[in-house]
Design a protein. Sequence first.
Length: 263
Amino acid sequence: MHPLYRQVATLMETVAAEIVLPRYQNLAAEEIEEKAADDYVTIADKESEIRLHEGLSKILPEAGVVGEEAVAADPTVMDNVGNGLQWIIDPIDGTGNFAAGRAPFGIMVGLVDNGVIQAGWILDPLTGRMCHAALGGGAYIDEERIAAKETGADKPIAALAVYFLTVEQRAEIAVKAEGKLTLVDIPRCAAEQYPRLVLGTNDVSLFERSHPWDHAAGALLLNESGAKLARRDGTPYIIGDNKRGLLGASSHRMWDKAAQILC
């Protein structure tokens, strides 16, 4: 485990208990804002990020902090995301679900050094499940080290996030997947999608946008568990590279198979 695992996990669990869960299914209409089409923020997102920012800065004062809501307020916060040590915060991933009063949603934290992900934490506040990983140190759920597994289905189970693709690109993906993949609904929550690839629920995931707060922790979880996340051309996901498109799979074999079908 990462040396900071317990300190960060405790902070996230505290934020979940004191800020996020009290607002779950308990939000007033004025406490929900639409930042852009189908992109929401709530008072819980804002308060969670403030508390996480403060706590992480105390745990590792030499690291900068890049949070989703801070970037929404001031895009220049992203300028140094790939430089030096940086905490990456998603205060509530799956805000659309959270705002609607339904699961899944999660809290995600990553630690990055010059664009390379060093550690990641993904908390499910409703179940208390903590997925975490350390570069070169393996992947864990709570205190148990885990190895990713495929679903074993005849046709790989694929949850493809295509809503940021053009209509033409979506149609192309549908044609490529037909008869080769079993398509299932996405959870609209990376904090849930990444564990599904590790736990044998899904085999393949496709993402178009690759904001660091959505993918830093999950990318490391996959790669340290023996699964794989990479750019669609097979190159590594580097924080701050400003590229688009990610392909995740429950094993290296499955990643190669999915890449042949979809890329």
